[in-house]
Ligand binder design. Structure first.
Ligand SMILES: NC(=O)c1ccc[n+]([C@@H]2O[C@H](COP(=O)([O-])OP(=O)(O)OC[C@H]3O[C@@H](n4cnc5c(N)ncnc54)[C@H](O)[C@@H]3O)[C@@H](O)[C@H]2O)c1
Length: 272
């Protein structure tokens, strides 16, 4: 699907990968982009993207992706602003709450389990709500097609919409990431299910699995951790830049022949 002239929504767009994706969508001529983030910085982000492309393309929405009313409002506003339904959705907001699944507390003489509250929080932000943002786009496209009395999508029609979910190499399982790894692995099933259901209406849903990307999220690693423990596992020998992941996301949107998960991991081997 062409990005040019489409209305898009990107979550987690104030930072790292989301910011790079929103910027590249703007550079590729998207008509309007909802820049969604819990950080108040999203106002400044949208302004910076607009300065860069020399137009009023980016619209800031400051809020929590877990709030259903906020999500509905973003889609309604973007449809009004763009004069068209949202056809690109990249729910990139994500969090880490890393800890061992079970850790021995020697002082207490007991092994402690990873907190269930953290597990639920990570599943909510990294799995449940990205899927709901993608589903919200599907809903409006299905409603619009129904209003036009359109039935099953035909290959002679253009692709109607595309969502790209942000997975991770950690979806293969990773030490210290029980909640994050589960959330990211489940996105494969979500993307595939939405793709199969969505193609009846001409919509695609895909997932990209980045390796270690140079963003504030990876900066949460202990100092020197990448150089000491991870670099040797990465064939490319360096962190991936967020712009490289954004280019992979744009490729997934633009190329309808790609349906499966895309590994943008710089040749990273699973950690032992
Ligand atoms: N950085 C990496 O190495 C890496 C690797 C693989 C996958 N990913 C995934 O890519 C995506 C982007 O990661 P990043 O590295 O750019 O992270 P980042 O921390 O730089 O940016 C994440 C953004 O999401 C926002 N956010 C978090 N919770 C939110 C909420 N509840 N509501 C709204 N916004 C919220 C944050 O404010 C932040 O701006 C995430 O889904 C992450 O899991 C990152």
């Amino acid at each position: 699907m062409q990005i040019h002239d489409k209305v898009a929504v990107v979550t987690g767009a104030s930072s790292g990968i989301g910011l790079a994706i929103a910027t590249q969508l703007a550079e590729k001529g998207a008509r309007a982009i909802g820049v969604v983030d819990i950080s108040a910085h999203c106002q400044a982000t949208a302004a910076a993207i607009n300065r860069q492309v020399g137009g009023e393309v980016a619209q800031p929405f400051c809020g929590d992706v877990r709030a259903a009313e906020f999500r509905a409002e973003v889609f309604a506003q973007m449809e009004k602003i763009g004069g068209e339904v949202v056809r690109i959705c990249v729910p990139a907001a994500g969090i880490l709450r890393d800890a061992l699944a079970v850790k021995m507390n020697h002082d207490r003489g007991q092994a402690e389990l990873y907190a269930e509250s953290l597990f639920r929080e990570v599943l909510a932000v990294n799995l449940l709500h990205p899927v709901y943002w993608a589903m919200q786009m599907m809903a409006r496209i299905i409603e619009q097609r129904a209003a036009q009395n359109l039935k099953k999508w035909q290959p002679s029609e253009p692709i109607q919409g595309c969502s790209v979910l942000l997975g991770s190499v950690s979806s293969r399982g990773n030490r210290g990431q029980i909640s994050y790894a589960c959330a990211k692995a489940a996105l494969n099933a979500a993307a595939k299910t939405l793709h199969i259901e969505g193609m009846y209406h001409g919509m695609q849903s895909k997932v990209v699995h980045p390796g270690v990307v140079n963003t504030p999220m990876s900066a949460q690693l202990p100092a020197g951790h990448f150089e000491t423990h991870m670099k040797s596992l990465v064939a490319l020998g360096r962190m991936i830049e967020p712009q490289e992941i954004a280019a992979a996301v744009c490729l997934l949107i633009e190329n309808p022949a790609i349906s499966g998960p895309l590994w943008a991991d710089a040749g990273m081997q699973p950690m032992a």
